[in-house]
Write a protein that binds this ligand. Sequence first.
Ligand code: OAD
Length: 251
Amino acid sequence: MSEPLIPADLIHRLRSARRVAVLTGAGISAESGVPTFREAQTGLWAQYNPEELATPDAFRRNPQLVWDWYIWRQERVRLAEPNPGHLALVEMERRIADFTLITQNVDGLHRRAGSHQILELHGNLFRAKCFSEDCPVENPPLESGEIPPRCPQCGGLLRPDVVWFGEMLPANILRAAEQAATQAEVFFSIGTSALVYPAADLPFTALTAGAMVVEINPQPTPLSPHVTFSLNGAAGVVLPALIAQTWGIVA
Ligand code: OAD
């Protein structure tokens, strides 16, 4: 299969761009075998909707069940590897003076791929925080066997450090993402259904500020009619082609 042809105007703009921002969603991890949100849950978890597990009330009702779900997701992500889409964004970061990677994903695959300037809008599966004090705890003591794990500071319950339905996003990270969207010359929306706010606002912030906005997704989304270029394909195919045709290299 020949590689997708990247629009010449996009290539030209990227070659001279100083500030680029990228928003990614679950779709960029799909080719790593990590299911997207809109795909049905599998196995034991098929009986649950994420909305029934990823909420403070669900955690209060049954912290053990919620932690079992997150530990299952951690195990699935540990088995996954960054794919060519993640690696292409690492290369783009090397080529752009002021590059910001904004992700809705909590799987940590962008960091494992080698990206550095990452804004995790929805948190990270592998971090925990105290359910009552909200203080972060890196590498929570999950191996010690006690589930749900206890906060080393106050002895209360630890919770996954991810944004649950109905919760606010970390204000400082959202502010940095909005600033990156406002200043970007080129803004990419990759592998996201563009349905969940405030993340879904960011491409429109970039459009309003005059950026060239590019969507990469095999399916149309509510953002598609508004973007400068809509590249209909898998991130793991389109992004390496974009890097190769823009900078003449294979990421
Ligand atoms: P979704 O599952 O809503 O959307 C995934 C998108 O990826 C869809 O538009 C697919 O068409 C697209 N897609 C699938 N395979 C792809 C591929 N190989 N390359 C590119 N795109 C592909 O996931 P998100 O948009 O990330 O929020 O969901 C946004 C938020 O909704 C999540 O962060 C989560 C959820 O509620 C929180 O957890 C707070």
